[in-house]
Design a protein around this ligand. Sequence first.
Ligand code: GLP
Length: 260
Amino acid sequence: MEIIIQPDSEKASLLAARIVKKIIQEKPQPVIGFATGNTPLLLYKNLVRMHREEGLDFSRVVAFNLDEYVGLQPDHPASFHYYMWKNLFSQVNIKPENVHIPNGLAEDIPAYCEQYEQEIKAAGGLDLQILGLGTDGHIGFNEPSSSLASRTRIKTLTDQTRKDNAVFFGGEENVPFHAITMGIGTILEARTCLLMAFGKKKARAIALAVEGPVTSMVPASALQLHPKAIILLDRDAASELKHVDYYQWVYEHKPEWQKI
Ligand code: GLP
């Protein structure tokens, strides 16, 4: 894993945007896995700015979102459909037919999940998967005890996750109990994974994921098995890591050709 610690979430998000931009520019048909939540909001702002000011072209981008709540209409303000169109897709030149977000209204959920996996494969696999982190260590909606080999499927949200997201639903009682999420196995097949985490409330989950054992009880720890996982943090999210000095030393001594 490459652990990059930036002074704040603004600087980290700018760096994340440069990583995404590089992949979009390099690949003839970049396949990008997008995430939702507060964490990637500044990244998406930067991508919109790069599109407007630097001509970053999304017309070849194929998008696959990580997850979606079960039972929400796409125009529900807390749905990930709504979030993605509001914060990114409506503001760049992505082709609507290239946007894939799990359909939480699918009638046959297992068949739909299998189809989602096939669509990722047919697009050539994910070049990059952007990830946030739940306070319980989840990625996507792969809650603790998720199989490290899991594929896209329905998951039941933990009490903690429903509490964390209650603010978007005007109260915990309105938060759905289920979501469709790419599996950990699906995520690990992305050619690059970029996990971002900001703030003190993510510090413990980061310490467990980065320096703890690989365990399904901390789903993000599965990234230790990934050949190209970038963990991008602000100082607060890095505050419970034991080897901060080492990670910073490595970053400062990156060979010139590896720098972003
Ligand atoms: C939800 C999403 C995750 C996201 C997490 C953290 O549970 N399914 O993909 O990473 O929230 O959200 P935030 O970035 O708002 O802390």
